[in-house]
Design a protein around this ligand. Structure first.
Ligand code: AP5
Ligand code: MG
Length: 189
């Protein structure tokens, strides 16, 4: 299965992707993690990306699409993948569809993880990642609303969008995601 997790910063995409990956035995693809790793490794791509993510802005589509294309060629993606933080623009969603079509592997499910903005700010203030300063979170939220939320309509039009309540404990949220995924699997089989 290929599942896209969509949600604002701090929605719990990473937390839930980890659980879903273990539950389904598929790969976990987080563009945010990959960009931070590239920056820590000191690569040219990482340095270029950091100028954007440290300011809370989206890294350009061509940079992100390049790293995803490489990652999709790795063996663990063959059986399925949980996409966390990608796609983040309609252009990225279209490119992902094109890349997956070449492999005859569509996106099966896009799960919107819904968390109120006030809770996002609370969660990220408590975490304190380099891009979790309140001003940067505001910037990230703005980009989410303008550039990422339109992909919800994109997946809705494809008939693969499901929304879940992202509040409560991580276990409670995962139970909702698991039900959604199990239902989709039963319908497909
Ligand atoms: P990315 O790393 O994807 O960050 P994000 O989307 O802003 O989201 P976070 O990782 O902060 O939150 P999350 O939803 O994963 O939640 P988490 O589980 O961590 O991207 C970072 C940057 O990279 C972007 O701003 C951009 O610059 C760039 N980038 C990445 N992908 C890109 C792309 N495709 N295109 C262009 N640019 C891209 O949880 C958050 C916190 O809440 C944690 O402390 C967690 O412990 C806690 N928490 C989780 N669940 C719960 C719960 N149920 N209750 C209470 N606390 C919880
Ligand atoms: Mg994350």
């Amino acid at each position: 299965m290929r599942i896209v997790l969509v949600g604002p910063p701090g929605a719990g995409k990473g937390t839930q992707a980890q659980r879903l990956k273990d539950y389904l035995g598929v790969a976990h693809l987080s563009t945010g993690e990959m960009l931070r790793e590239a920056h820590q490794a000191g690569t040219a791509l990482g340095r270029q990306a950091a100028e954007y993510f440290e300011a809370g802005r989206l890294v350009p589509d061509d940079v992100v699409v390049g790293i995803v294309a490489d990652r999709l060629n790795e063996a663990d993606c063959a059986d399925g993948c949980v996409f966390d933080g990608f796609p983040r623009t309609v252009a990225q969603a279209e490119t992902l569809d094109a890349m997956l079509a070449e492999r005859d592997m569509p996106v099966d499910l896009a799960i919107a993880v819904e968390v109120p903005e006030s809770e996002v700010f609370q969660r990220l203030a408590a975490r304190g990642r380099a891009d979790d300063h309140v001003e940067t979170v505001r910037e990230r939220m703005g980009h989410y609303r303008r550039l990422t939320q339109p992909i919800l309509e994109y997946y809705h039009d494809q008939g693969v969008l499901r929304s879940i309540d992202g509040t409560g404990t991580p276990d409670e949220v995962f139970a909702r995601i698991r039900r959604t995924v199990d239902t989709a699997r039963q319908t497909a089989s």
